[in-house]
Ligand binder design. Structure first.
Ligand code: ARG
Length: 634
């Protein structure tokens, strides 16, 4: 909020002094040290470099032309030519007042019409034949946070879940269904049975053709066939102690070419065989029920769920058209798009006529452009698919979707690691199911909630004791899920991170729990003081900034819009979490030094209550934009 004002004033002063005014305005930043002021403008140095004039002189010229004294105290020039700005208390107070009055947006402006964009966010996209696992959490929560932030900023957002519903895993399940289905189990719990069939066939494929005791090689059947490459199919464990009894039981199948049989099922499905189509639809429907449950738990929804299968009829025409336009060409019987200076093409049709993951994605962009004409498409996908997206984007450019009319961004992220620094697995080496992850987070959160209620931590509030079991569970749900989401979002998305329940649920540190606690504490103050905060907000009584801790908190509160802005520049939710953490820290500093309910006089008390309230609302809004709920008490 503040820097928007400062920028307007500087823009006027820089007219004629700087040849790239917008770039110069980027160099107005919050000061690192309160001693030197609240903001620092550093454009004199680059301008000096360009013009050959001493930067200090330029700084003086800027300051001389700057009309800013209604907002700031006298600017100071320091060092080689830094311009230090200190805001007037009245400025802070007026701006805070605006935020207090703006219950919906807390003073955050909606993006100007000229900058409003239509943005399609492609996120989550699990391969649904398998249950969702830890690998899916990142795309789901990062994508969800981004779409919420973008909407709040005022953009038009379309979310599309590009599910993997067409790959080889379906052939495995269909094969399993035909040979090993346990009807009763299927009727009781279809998903579990389908999961068992998938794992069983997977294991058969991996063991087939290998004499007992040989270490397992890479899986021989990959999950592509027009579908997403599987970045985390669990390698069968060669030291599996049950392997020999398994072999005995299924020897009959191991002697057949089970791989070929599975691929046969896939081919039949892809060619439109009615029986396989029907079976496929039945399986897909079950899988969708399962992933929807996960989405509900994570509070995520999509405008559209158009999976890979949806694009199948468009694949052949897509390849033909690329061939016709000379964008793709044949190579060894296959068809690929070649890029200048690169040896590897992006294959879009295999020798045997099968289509690939990339073919589907090309058809998908075409479809999206025609249906929605977005200004940008964001793909929130694992960094291991970087080459795929490079190729896809290059292909789109060749197809005439210029960078000036379509932004294409691979919003990539790293891997979730276990404490051992390797990809997070269960003790037995399986990938961790998303459901059990959510369950455990909630269970552990319940322990945290209960520990907080234990007699020694309980304080004297008798109402605490009355909280029902059910309320605890609901609180634990919000804390557990929130912790999981926040732990992910607070990382630089491009790095790997180590998953730890203890860290994510810590009451201190950069965690959702800390933030939720800060929020609940403020609500607690109002409860304890019998404060009608709604009435205070409307009372028109002003916030007054006197103490340095109040000032520090005020400055941070007024930076909310900027944090959002920065987070969206490169699609990085961790910039928002870092902001919230800093805000919560400044709040706790303020709270330590500035008595609220026991303030010296009524006006100070009200002013501080309003500061508390604005902090709580900013935290709540920030968490909400990340997809995290708050609790009134904890
Ligand atoms: N299903 C893919 C996977 O599991 C992710 C899909 C991402 N979206 C896309 N348009 N390729 O890796």
């Amino acid at each position: 909020m503040i820097s928007a004002y400062l920028k307007t004033r500087f823009a006027a002063a820089l007219e004629g002094l700087a040849d790239d005014v917008p770039a110069a305005l980027e160099l107005i930043r919050p000061g690192q040290d309160a001693k030197f002021g609240d903001f620092q403008a550093n454009m004199a140095m680059p301008i000096g470099k360009k013009t050959g004039k001493p930067p200090r002189e330029i700084a003086q010229a800027i300051v001389a032309r700057l009309r800013i004294d209604d907002l700031c105290k006298e600017p100071e020039i320091a060092g080689p030519g830094f311009i230090n700005l200190r805001l007037r208390e009245e400025t802070l107070e007026t701006l805070l007042q605006k935020c207090v009055a703006d219950t919906e947006r807390l003073g955050v402006a909606v993006v100007e019409p000229a900058h409003r964009r239509r943005i399609l966010v492609d996120f989550s996209g699990p391969n649904i034949a398998k249950q969702m696992h830890v690998g899916h959490i990142r795309s789901t929560v990062i994508g969800n946070a981004l779409q919420r932030m973008l909407r709040f900023a005022g953009h038009e957002v379309i979310t599309d879940n590009h599910i993997g519903d067409w790959g080889t895993p379906f052939g495995m399940i269909i094969y399993g269904y035909r040979h090993f289905l346990d009807r009763t189990a299927y009727e009781n719990n279809p998903l579990e049975e389908l999961g068992r069939l998938y794992r069983l066939v997977r294991r058969l494929i991996d063991l087939a053709g290998k004499p007992a005791g040989t270490p397992s090689a890479k899986p021989t059947v990959s999950d592509d066939a027009g579908a997403a490459p599987d970045t985390d199919s669990s390698d069968p464990d060669s030291s599996d102690p049950d392997a020999s009894s398994f072999r005995e039981q299924f020897q009959e199948y191991l002697d057949r070419d089970i791989q070929a049989a599975v691929l046969e099922e896939v081919a039949k499905l892809h060619q439109g065989d009615t029986e396989n189509r029907t079976l496929w639809q039945e399986i897909v429907d079950h899988c969708l029920v399962d992933i929807d449950r996960m989405y509900r738990r994570l509070n995520v929804s999509f405008d559209h769920t158009l999976g890979e299968s949806f694009y199948q009829p468009m694949l052949a025409p897509t390849v033909e058209s690329l061939l016709e336009r000379g964008i793709a060409r044949e190579t060894d019987g296959a068809v690929g798009v070649f890029f200048e200076g690169e040896e590897v093409p992006m294959l879009i049709r295999k020798k045997d006529g099968a289509f690939l993951y990339g073919t589907t994605d090309v058809a998908t962009v075409d479809y999206r452009m025609e249906r929605w004409q977005p200004d940008a498409i964001l793909y929130v996908v694992d960094f291991r698919q970087a080459l795929h997206f490079q190729h896809l984007f290059a292909t789109m450019r060749l197809m005439g979707y210029g960078a000036d009319r379509l932004e294409l961004a691979h919003v990539k992220f790293g891997t979730v690691l276990g404490e051992d620094g390797k990809p997070f697995k269960t003790r037995s080496g399986d990938t961790v199911g998303l459901e059990s992850l959510l369950d455990e987070a909630q269970e552990r959160a319940l322990a945290v909630v209960q520990a907080n209620l234990s007699p020694e931590n309980e304080g004297n509030d008798p109402s605490e004791k009355e909280r029902s079991e059910q309320e605890h569970r609901e609180t634990a749900r919000r804390i557990g899920i929130g912790a999981l989401i926040y732990a992910d979002l607070s990382q630089n998305r491009e790095s790997d991170y180590v998953f730890s329940y203890d860290k994510m649920l810590a009451m201190n540190g950069n965690t959702a729990t800390y933030m939720q606690y800060a929020y609940a504490r403020v609500r607690g103050i109002f409860l304890k003081g019998g404060v009608d905060i709604d009435a205070l907000r409307k009372s028109g009584i002003a916030i007054r900034i006197r103490e340095p801790q109040e000032r520090a908190l005020a400055l941070e509160l007024l930076r909310f819009d900027e944090a959002l802005d920065w987070a969206l520049r490169d699609y990085r939710p961790n910039i928002l979490t870092a902001y919230l953490f800093e805000l919560a820290n400044r709040y706790s500093n303020f709270f330590e030094h500035c008595p609220v309910l026991k303030a010296a006089d009524e006006e100070t008390k009200i002013s501080r209550l309003l500061l508390c309230d604005l902090t709580a609302r900013t935290i709540r809004k920030g968490l909400e934009l990340l997809g995290i709920e708050t609790v009134e008490r904890m």
